[in-house]
Ligand binder design. Structure first.
Ligand code: F0G
Length: 471
């Protein structure tokens, strides 16, 4: 594999400007659109059939190739061929499970053998983010970046911080979190893995705007899903779903929507598999958002925003965002992972909905918590955002859009223990976040790594990073 067969390209059909892998740009400088990673497939040794990948599943050990085969992402390396094997950064991510769950199926009125749960919480950092991080870290290593940063509702930061301290030499991970918007399970990971954690005023959307600015000014590599290499890794979730089903394509993929990277990656995965002749049909996509953070639902279902071959109606997006600004709208949901009102991958998500004949539904916090408890009762459990999938599936069955004998895969994106407060509150009524916090104390551990509070201000943030704002 060599990286001359891969390049980046603007997704705007009227632009299509190309960039080399070494060019760090996340929005096209000419037209502002997002970028895709694309491949010259005729230069790649793509297997003739998907069952080629099966022989790698059982491989373990320390040999370089065995480490790649062990990864649930790089086992499929011919399908994301942008990196030479010796550049790949892997920590054994993506060894996750697809479970056929008849008990839950019965509970929601589906026939046996029809409902499948894809447990991405079984990743090393406990969420699906590791799928994308391994790919983005690989690119960061290829281009020699030493510092990386992200804004996060928690899981991206946990995953990034874990990968950062696993590289040799370790990279410096910088995490931006909003005030009071992160589940403690996730915050504890970023601190433990040694990331420099900046807690700024504002929500996720404000953090993302700010980290993009800071990363750009200080030459720090951005690890949010606006980074197209993240999405390359996340395609592998779909490869594993197919693999676990003996390469049989399901009828539906149901996924929660936040920054809309995952659903976008799934659309790309299926487009490529179809183009390569490795599958015959593409499943349908249901993206489930929270009622309190429902931008995609508003735009796709209520305002009829469609991809339209890439020439979508940007004014619908602009108008919605202007009305959010005018009313000082802030997203709010118990599923803090998807509490996002300006999803960066919006254009790619409507492309995925187009390719996968998809739809969008919103579910309330009450539904999320009820279905989370059911998933916990009959399965391995998940965090609130993940449970939106089964809540959404139930809604779609009530609407008779999904029938009880269709094959449905729900992507459970994060581990149950990521957000124990939500679970404890549901089962006991006790709100751990409202219990009076103890007086501030100074941590004394040798490795204590408390978050730094900093104003949402460029100069203050540069100072917190030990730098002055470049001219
Ligand atoms: N589920 C979980 C558990 C998540 O952490 C996220 C996103 C999503 C779903 C939504 O996925 O953004 O691809 O649509 N969490 C991000 C974070 C935003 O910062 O950890 P998406």
């Amino acid at each position: 594999m060599n990286h001359e067969q891969a390049y980046q390209v603007c997704i705007n059909p009227d632009c299509r400007k190309q960039f080399g892998l070494e060019q760090i740009v996340f929005n096209c400088p000419d037209c502002g659109a997002l970028l895709d990673v694309e491949y010259c497939w005729d230069r790649v040794a793509v297997p003739k059939a998907l069952d080629f990948f099966e022989h790698r599943w059982s491989t373990k050990g320390l040999r370089a190739e065995a480490r790649l085969d062990f990864s649930g992402i790089w086992r499929f390396r011919e399908l994301l061929p942008f990196a030479p094997n010796d550049s790949i950064v892997t920590i054994g991510e993506g060894r996750t499970l697809l479970e056929e769950n008849d008990l839950l199926a019965r509970e929601i009125g589906m026939k046996p053998g029809r409902l499948f749960l894809q447990y991405e919480g079984l990743n090393p950092s406990g969420s699906f983010k590791d799928n994308g991080m391994t790919a983005a870290f690989t690119l960061a290593r290829m281009v020699g970046r030493k510092r990386i940063a992200c804004a996060s509702t928690g899981n991206t930061s946990a995953s990034m911080a874990m990968f950062a301290h696993k590289t040799d030499p370790p990279m410096q991970g910088i995490v931006f979190i909003g005030s009071g918007k992160i589940a403690y399970g996730k915050l504890s990971q970023a601190l433990d893995y040694g990331a420099l954690t900046l807690q700024i005023e504002g929500d996720f959307d404000a953090c993302l705007r700010r980290v993009r600015q800071v990363a750009d000014k200080l030459g720090i590599y951005l690890m949010n899903s606006v980074n197209p290499f993240r999405l390359e890794g996340q395609k592998a979730i779909m490869y594993r779903v197919l693999e676990a089903r003996g390469w049989e394509v399901p009828d539906w993929i149901v996924v929660p929507g936040g920054n809309l990277g995952n659903c976008s990656a799934f659309g790309k995965a299926f487009t490529e598999l179809k183009e390569l002749g490795l599958i015959k049909r593409i499943p349908r996509l249901a993206v489930i958002v929270a009622t309190g953070a429902n931008t995609l639902y508003e735009l796709f279902e209520n305002k009829n925003l469609r991809w339209n071959g890439g020439r979508y109606d940007q004014s619908k997006v602009d108008n919605l965002y202007a009305s959010m600004d005018a009313s000082h709208y802030l997203p709010h949901t118990i599923a803090s992972a998807i509490e996002i009102s300006r999803p960066v991958n919006l254009p790619k998500s409507i492309r995925a909905l187009d390719i996968m004949n998809g739809l969008v539904r919103e579910v309330s916090d009450e539904e999320i918590l009820e279905y989370k408890a059911l998933i916990g009762r009959y399965g391995f459990g998940c965090e609130p955002a993940s449970a939106a999938t089964v809540a959404g599936l139930h809604r779609l069955m009530e609407e008779q859009i999904i029938s009880p004998d269709e094959q449905v895969v729900c992507i459970l994106t994060g581990h149950e223990l990521k957000d124990p407060d939500a679970t404890v509150k549901y089962h006991t009524g006790i709100d751990m976040k409202k219990i009076t916090p103890p007086p501030a104390v100074t941590p004394t551990g040798r490795c204590s790594n408390p978050p730094k509070k900093v104003a949402d201000d460029l100069e203050a943030i540069c100072a917190a990073l030990g730098e002055t704002l470049p001219e």
